[in-house]
Design a binder for this molecule. Structure first.
Ligand SMILES: *Cc1c(COP(=O)(O)O)cnc(C)c1O
Length: 432
């Protein structure tokens, strides 16, 4: 394939934008090539600036579970844009989206909208601290909760892909209030709690870790966190920015039957426009300004265009219930890729929950950060480039999920399996 126009755009972008991108993983650094500049999309496909078409498994990093440019979402955005784009005043759309989310997730009694997942998690932590009067939080190694200072300690996603576990610019004071436990390891949580008794405001967890590849929770892990939080009066926060409306309509909390105190949302809730939200128990949420003392605000929070896109997406998910189909298609991909791994005789393993998949280039079982980073990232880079050449657009990192959308057809999946077979064979020479 020819990527000349993308290359020229990247050269130009690097002069005015740091690294040429507005979010680091987009730069393709870890896969050793220049990023593609995309121009348009439809359903399961995206096109780049050179006119190449790809089957897309990034889906804007999760939001586009219905596929690109879904007619109902586009119609809702156009209709709203012709009426008004922003007021900074309350609108009925915000109530409609809040009521819809509350009807979908029983743990959420009240909800506040923000404009990104990062804002949702930052605000949820502040709220938990204000509510408990405690300062420390526990997170898990490899979990990513956006780029707020408190979370950039052994974080996943770009921080892991680009090898910066702890970012300069985060003060020692902030870092000391973030304690890191090991994912899927309740003993590591108990140890931190014994050493900091009465000081932990919140435990924040991705109920399915999706930013270190895909790491499902072991049976009992989330239930164990719930019990610990009840016993120690700690606020349990499920960061469902990725998993909410993705692994089930009601997210991972529906799938595993565990109720957090607070939930953070993003990605799908905005249907491709910038939306985040955090919500949960009324008693905690009523600590928020203007009825409570914990301050939180946003000029574009609850933006009408974003609300319209989110409402159209969530209503379509509720009414069309694509989850059984997503499961069927994703299981098909997983099974075919497993067969390709066997026939290529390659050291690789897969994880999957619903339409979140990951192919790790390691022969170890992946259950946490330590096991995820045994992956051969050079092999991944080669695999990524081979898939791209075959018209398959994956997230450019070993430590990101592959998302199946409602728009992927059986034919798209077959083409993907074929490309996977060929690409794995190309990797074999390097990695055995
Ligand atoms: C993407 C993500 C975030 C950050 O959301 P942004 O909208 O990128 O700020 C937070 N938590 C999780 C689990 C995510 O996947």
């Amino acid at each position: 394939m020819n990527y000349n126009n993308s290359h020229a755009l990247f050269e130009r972008a690097r002069r005015s934008i740091p690294g040429g991108v507005n979010s680091p993983v987009r730069a393709f650094k870890s896969v050793g090539i220049d990023p593609l500049f995309l121009t348009h999309s439809e359903g399961a496909y995206v096109w780049d600036a050179d006119g190449n078409r790809f089957i897309d498994y990034v889906g804007s990093w999760g939001p586009l579970i219905l596929g690109h440019s879904h007619p109902k979402v586009i119609e809702a955005i156009i209709k709203q844009a012709s009426i008004a784009t922003s007021f900074g005043a309350p609108t009925e759309l915000e109530i409609e989206l809040a009521e819809l989310v509350i009807s979908i997730m029983p743990s959420i009694e009240m909800l506040r909208m923000v404009s990104s997942g990062t804002e949702a998690t930052m605000s949820a932590i502040r709220l938990a601290r204000g509510y408990t009067g405690r300062e420390k939080i526990i997170k898990f190694e490899g979990c990513y909760h956006g780029h707020g200072d408190s979370f950039l300690i052994k974080a996943g996603s770009g921080a892991l892909t680009l090898g910066s576990p702890n970012s300069p610019g985060v003060t020692v004071g902030t870092a000391k209030d973030t304690l890191n436990a090991r994912y899927n390891d309740l003993v590591s949580v108990e140890n931190l709690i014994s050493a900091n008794r009465g000081e932990i405001a919140a435990i924040i967890v991705e109920p399915i870790a999706g930013n270190v590849g895909v790491v499902p929770p072991k049976p009992g892990f989330l239930q164990g966190l719930r019990q610990i939080c009840d016993r120690e009066k700690i606020v349990l926060i499920f960061d469902e920015v990725m998993t909410g409306f993705r692994v089930a309509l009601g997210g991972a909390q529906e799938l595993y039957g565990v109720r957090p105190d607070l939930t953070t949302l993003g990605k799908i809730i905005g249907g491709g426009l910038p939306v985040g939200a955090f919500g949960g128990k009324r008693e905690i949420m009523e600590m928020l300004s203007p009825i409570g003392p914990v301050y939180q605000a946003g000029t574009l929070s609850g933006n009408p265009l974003a609300m319209a896109a989110g409402l159209a997406t969530l209503r379509t998910l509720r009414d069309e219930n694509p989850y059984a189909e997503l499961e069927r298609k994703s299981a098909y991909l997983e099974n075919c890729i497993a067969e390709n791994i066997r026939s290529a005789n390659i050291k690789a393993t897969q994880t999957r929950v619903g339409s979140m998949l990951c192919l790790f280039f390691t022969d170890q079982e992946v259950t946490d950060y330590e096991s995820a980073i045994t992956s051969d990232t050079k092999a991944f880079a080669k695999y990524f480039r081979a898939m791209l050449e075959d018209g398959i657009y994956l997230a450019p990192s070993q430590f990101e999920a592959m998302f199946v959308s409602a728009a992927h057809s059986d034919e798209d999946l077959e083409r993907t399996v074929k490309a996977n077979r060929k690409s794995l064979t190309e990797v074999t020479g390097l990695h055995q």
